[in-house]
Design a protein. Structure first.
Length: 175
């Protein structure tokens, strides 16, 4: 397996949507740590929005999209509630959204490769840090982020209580 990470192209959207759907099916049949739900989040619209912002990247193995990540310079509203490790100039901070790995590629290093890519891209742009949130209790994701050097900052509401997701742990990695 040779993973290539690149900016998403419009034809990738259908494969990304398939990845989201396959992952949501997998999560609903197993332990759904992130609370993702097919048709609610993530969806093709989320991928399309990331693509239109030129913020969507894909991990590809032999022309198959096996992972994706959205990197924005825009925080969730709830991020304003906490004290971060770096200043809050989001032109110099990347926020990770919708890091997804196809279930056939879980535990193969795709998630780490996407985070490494985010760090490389952020350093190229002279960013100060990378921030992300993870639904409280998503232990596998939290362990991965900590292994990759992210520090726990705080736990806040991001306004998703109606979906049964009241609390999110916030992480930051200084660059």
């Amino acid at each position: 397996m040779k993973i290539e990470i690149r900016q998403a192209a419009f034809p990738d959207i259908a494969q990304i949507n398939g990845l989201y759907e396959d992952l949501c099916d997998y999560l609903s049949a197993n332990h759904n740590y992130p609370g993702w739900r097919k048709g609610i989040y993530p969806t093709e619209q989320d991928a399309l929005a990331g693509f239109q912002e030129q913020a969507l990247y894909v991990a590809v193995d032999a022309e198959k999209v096996v992972g994706s990540i959205i990197l924005r310079h825009v925080p969730e509203e709830g991020y304003k509630q906490v004290e971060w490790l770096t200043e809050n100039d989001y032109s110099k901070i990347y926020v990770v959204y919708t890091l997804a790995v196809h279930p056939d590629y879980l535990h193969c290093g795709v998630g780490k490769a996407l985070l490494d890519f985010a760090e490389m891209k952020a350093k190229e742009e002279k960013c100060l840090s990378i921030r992300l949130d993870v639904v409280k209790g998503n232990i596998p994701a939290e362990k991965q982020y900590q292994k990759c050097g992210f520090q726990y900052i705080d736990t806040v509401s991001l306004g998703y209580e109606e979906f049964g997701l009241p609390w999110y742990d916030l992480y930051e990695k200084r660059l």
